[in-house]
Design a protein around this ligand. Structure first.
Ligand code: AMP
Ligand code: GLY
Length: 437
């Protein structure tokens, strides 16, 4: 069948890499894609938030399956648009309904959903223009640091961790009254700070059944040792060493099962990925080990987690998507490569601040056994050039994390452009990790 994948990042290149391995994939189109995806499919210049344009493309190219990479079209209701159109409603589309996408689109909604299903998450309350004073009182009842989240989508920047009560109150006013994040911060979720170590767990669900994909950890700050500004992600590893069988059983029983139950109970159509951002928190009783708490839901795969997770999926992903749409995921077994994947993201000089574009990328032929996933790249007269902040990632698979990291960095060092930067410490915290006492 012909397949259309929406998006242009490393996540989409990694998805495309798996999709084209399927015997069921006849031709893959990627909109808009990048200089990497054009090597394995056909890039189409489409506005992925313009559903009419997408419809035209689906009809013109006889597309039978659409996979949605980023959240924006999902939150805008692309899945409902397909379901409601007689020419599109038989096309397989992977993603939640608009109602399902609110799990990412509204933090207040996500917290209320978790509370209604008894899913472990930080204690919270939500405040807006009418009750800022009560918001201040709630802050008084918490201990530092304070977590304030814009309710709506704020390009991944809507979370502020304030160190002092004074700063937290000031931030609350800025968010609600001065529209620090535009309409997204009309409502603000204030929550208790969770002390622990973060990881991501991904689930593919058809709304009734689910498959838990490999765990992953991403590295969000620009600098080594998790310092400096937040970025879209500087690297990832999968699996996460402490997400062992016992921990993953807790994740499944306490979080995944009640989440799917909540979707069913609320009649929320959901045929796609759930990305569960987790904090692993040490139980007061050391014998109980780590407990998972949900930090957030996203309704898509993560980037750069996908670059480590997707290469580990041995099953045919197109078949998985077909069964997702047919609500028969229970009929398939998910086969996972037991090896460890490590990904380092190479970024433009200056990123996440202002950066230059258009620098020629050298060494793309030196990947060896590693996988290269393009993110912000473009092809100019057949030459790959930088075209974004996050430019290109390298993924290595090996029998151990140290080996995967070594191979990954050896390759990353062979690829260059003017101003290239990358973190040197991806995965290092996990190498040194030991169970907290
Ligand atoms: P979010 O956009 O909800 O993923 O939040 C961004 C980041 O803020 C997360 O990746 C965490 O590092 C941090 N964060 C969010 N909520 C909490 C919390 N309740 N306790 C501690 N850190 C948090
Ligand atoms: N890696 C975090 C995200 O995709 O939002």
């Amino acid at each position: 069948m012909n397949i259309l994948l929406l998006g242009s990042g490393g996540r989409e290149h990694a998805m495309a890499y798996k999709i084209v391995q399927s015997k069921r994939c006849n031709h893959l189109f990627i909109a808009p894609g990048n200089a990497g995806t054009m090597k394995i499919g056909t890039n189409i210049a489409l506005d992925i938030n313009n559903f009419e344009e997408i419809k035209q493309c689906v009809l013109d190219k006889r597309i039978k399956m659409v996979v949605v990479g980023p959240e924006a079209p999902l939150v805008a209701g692309i899945v409902d648009y397909f379901a409601g159109d007689p020419q599109l409603n038989k096309v397989i589309i992977i993603g939640p309904s608009k109602e399902g996408a609110r799990l990412e689109g509204s933090k207040n909604h996500a917290k209320a959903f978790m509370a209604s299903m008894g899913i472990p998450t930080a204690r919270y309350a939500t405040f807006g223009k009418g009750n800022i004073k009560r918001g201040e009182e709630f802050l008084n009842s918490l201990k530092a640091p304070y977590v304030l989240k814009a309710d709506g989508l704020a390009a991944g920047k809507g979370v502020i961790i304030a160190e002092t009560l004074e700063e937290a109150k000031k931030t609350l006013h800025e968010m609600v009254e001065e529209h620090k994040f535009g309409d997204a911060s009309d409502k603000v979720v204030i929550e208790e700070y969770l002390q622990g170590i973060e990881l991501s767990v991904f689930v593919l669900t058809d709304g009734q059944h689910y498959k838990i994909l490999p765990s992953a950890k991403d590295y969000k700050r620009i600098g080594d040792g998790d310092t400096g500004l937040n970025t879209g992600g500087m690297g990832s590893v999968s699996p996460v060493v402490f997400a062992d069988k016992t921990f993953m059983k807790k994740v499944e029983d306490r979080i995944v099962i009640p989440t799917i139950k909540g979707l069913k109970k609320n009649k929320i159509g959901y045929k796609g990925f759930i990305f569960i951002g987790l904090m692993a928190v040490q139980n007061e009783d050391p014998a109980q080990g780590l407990d998972p708490y949900v930090i957030e839901y996203n309704v898509r795969m993560g980037d750069p987690e996908t670059e480590s997770v997707f290469p580990r999926i041995k099953s045919d992903v197109v078949e998985l998507f077909q069964h997702t749409f047919d609500m028969s995921l229970n009929k398939l077994d998910l086969e996972i490569d037991p090896r460890t994947a490590a990904t380092v993201m190479m970024v433009a000089g200056g990123y996440p601040g202002s950066y230059e574009k258009g620098h020629i990328i050298n060494g793309l032929d030196k990947a060896g056994d590693c996988l290269l996933f393009h993110a912000g790249t473009a092809s100019v007269d057949g030459v790959a050039v930088t075209n974004g902040g996050r430019v290109l990632s390298v993924t290595a698979l090996a029998n151990s994390l140290p080996e995967a990291l070594l191979t990954c960095y050896q390759t990353a060092d062979k690829i260059d452009w003017k101003g290239k930067q990358m973190r040197r410490d991806i995965g290092q915290d996990l190498l040194k990790w030991h169970m907290p006492q």
